[in-house]
Design a protein around this ligand. Structure first.
Ligand SMILES: O=P(O)(O)OC[C@H]1O[C@H](O)[C@H](O)[C@@H](O)[C@@H]1O
Length: 542
């Protein structure tokens, strides 16, 4: 790309320096912390509350009424968002400004889901036309790469010789595609198997290789940087296996493709087919880019476009809806309310959908790598908490594992239920049983059950939850749901005054690992702290 990103200065005010912050603290002390869900939902005002605290956003219905907020809390939180400059910051992202200022990069994963200009309605097209040269140039490259990627996906789908596709990648180059392929499994043509290899533990790739035939396998080496140690180690191991099975260097070119921004490194690896993308796509925001090739292979070009369209619909909602009716904004403000005023340390995500079983793992990276930060944009330490711990398991499995703690543990943990109005592939009666459980858990958390005679059986209730309903797990709904979470993370990070788009915290461990690896072989513990030295002595390496 030749055009430069637009000039930029951070338009935000840090949350604790706004009038709304103090007003929220006061409101919390006076009444917020005593809010009672049962009184709010079971009295005469219940239906009005549900109407007010629920909304249909593109492809996602959200019931927020079982959260510990009232109209005053909501008004103050919206005031907070405005005083923090969330709208100007959002507009800066959509203008292509380098809001990832510690890396000097724009943040434009949303551009990957923009329809080509001839598919846009007139209003949207006019806005896009007004975009800077930087965004317009990027948009042209995006469309060209998307066409190329979808053509390659269709080529693989039509190639009967290829039965197994192995995606080798980690973090953002694994979690998004792996989650989405599982979610859209109903659309996958049966004969192709998709595998996701991420761990540098040789057990993962080693066990898979035993089941593969080289001439029937396509390896996708997915890495934004093409330097990530785990991915490069697995990629080299896969190549060595391929050659050891009798494959030639020429055949290798047909069976190894790369998805990366580092075209040169992919070429040096011996790869001829490379789909590129750009530094303004963060790893954890990259499933819409070339990193999404396994999804496109799994579901086909049309369904991949539908995934993009669903996300684009949510982008439009986020850009245009007033803050009061802006679902990513409302969710993020709840996150701030719970984290910074109630002091809740974590949030549980419980998709009552087997297809969404990897969503919690995906969200762990999206939320905690984005917003697990301790300094503001200027580098000053923050006097308040940021990202909660995000965790979870699909329902009903979680009920039989950790819901005990959600109901009776001393810490309140807001829960997020996600259910499908209509099932995909189902067996008779099972969808009703699944959904009844989700509804029952949300109700039990809210309502509780007093047990005056036996404290062990006492359910305190008043435990908050949010309930999302998707009509069906279509590509559009999945795209919209993921974009909803992305924008929610953006808004919470905007309020907290942090950079949600870097991840310097992952660097130190990588550097130390490089120094420790040779010591494992040599046994040299010179200069190490006592604990690391003692542990090192317990390992045997070849
Ligand atoms: O796609 P890659 O460059 O291989 O990066 C893979 C992952 O590793 C890094 O350590 C980052 O923490 C992640 O944000 C990234 O998604």
């Amino acid at each position: 790309m030749s055009a430069a990103p637009p000039a930029y200065h951070d338009p935000r005010t840090r949350c604790d320096r706004t009038p709304a912050w103090g007003a929220l603290q006061q409101h919390f002390q006076q009444s917020g912390r005593h809010f009672d869900l049962r009184a709010a939902l079971e009295g005469g005002g219940g239906a009005a509350r549900v109407a007010h605290f629920s909304q249909q956003a593109p492809h996602v219905y959200a019931d927020l009424s079982k959260n510990l907020i009232d109209a005053r809390t909501e008004a103050l939180l919206l005031q907070l968002a405005r005083e923090c400059g969330v709208e100007a910051y959002r507009d800066a992202m959509f203008a292509g400004c380098p809001i990832n200022h510690t890396e000097g990069r724009a943040v434009m994963h949303w551009l990957l889901r923009n329809p080509p200009p001839d598919h846009m309605n007139q209003g949207a097209a006019a806005i896009e036309n007004a975009a800077s040269g930087f965004v317009a140039e990027a948009a042209r490259e995006v469309q060209a790469t998307l066409e190329q990627m979808l053509a390659l996906a269709e080529q693989v789908r039509a190639d009967d010789a290829i039965t197994d596709i192995v995606n080798i990648g980690i973090g953002g180059s694994d979690l998004g595609p792996s989650m989405a392929v599982k979610a859209l499994d109903d659309l996958r043509p049966a004969p192709k198997r998709l595998h996701f290899i991420s761990n540098v533990d040789g057990m993962e790739l080693g066990s898979l290789l035993r089941t593969l035939q080289p001439e029937r396998t396509l390896f996708l080496i997915a890495s934004k940087t093409f330097t990530t140690a785990e991915t490069m180690t697995n990629a080299r191991a896969a190549r060595a296996w391929f050659l050891a099975q009798g494959g030639s260097e020429q055949q290798l070119a047909r069976h190894f493709w790369a998805l990366t921004t580092n075209l040169e490194a992919a070429a040096q690896f011996g790869i001829h087919t490379t789909l590129g993308f750009w530094d303004w796509v963060g790893g954890r925001y990259s499933l819409w880019s070339a990193i999404g090739l396994p999804i496109a292979i799994a579901v086909g070009a049309d369904a991949f476009r539908r995934l993009l369209a669903g996300a684009h619909a949510m982008d439009q909602h986020f850009r245009r809806a007033p803050l009061e009716q802006n679902l990513p904004v409302r969710l993020a403000l709840l996150d701030v309310w719970y984290r910074n005023f109630h002091g809740f340390g974590s949030r549980c995500v419980a998709p009552y959908s087997h297809g969404l079983r990897r969503l919690p793992a995906y969200l762990q990276q999206l939320e905690m790598e984005s917003n697990g930060k301790g300094v503001d944009a200027a580098g000053d330490p923050l006097p308040y908490a940021t990202s909660p711990v995000v965790w979870g398991e699909p329902g009903t499995n979680g009920q039989h594992a950790f819901f005990q703690m959600l109901h009776q543990g001393p810490n309140v943990i807001p829960v997020e239920f996600i259910a499908l109005a209509r099932p995909g592939r189902d067996l008779p009666g099972q969808h009703a049983r699944l959904v009844a459980n989700a509804l029952a858990q949300a109700k039990a958390l809210m309502r509780g059950r007093p047990s005056p005679d036996n404290p062990h059986r006492h359910f305190g209730g008043n435990r908050p939850s949010t309930f999302f309903v998707l009509e069906q797990l279509t590509p559009e709904a999945l795209g919209a749901l993921i974009a909803l979470y992305e924008h929610r993370v953006f808004v919470a990070g905007a309020v907290w005054g942090i950079n949600s788009f870097d991840q310097w915290g992952v660097e130190l461990g990588k550097v130390l690992a490089q120094g420790l690896e040779p010591r494992l072989a040599s046994g040299d513990t010179e200069g190490l702290d006592a604990s690391t030295a003692a542990l090192l002595g317990r390992f045997q390496v070849e």
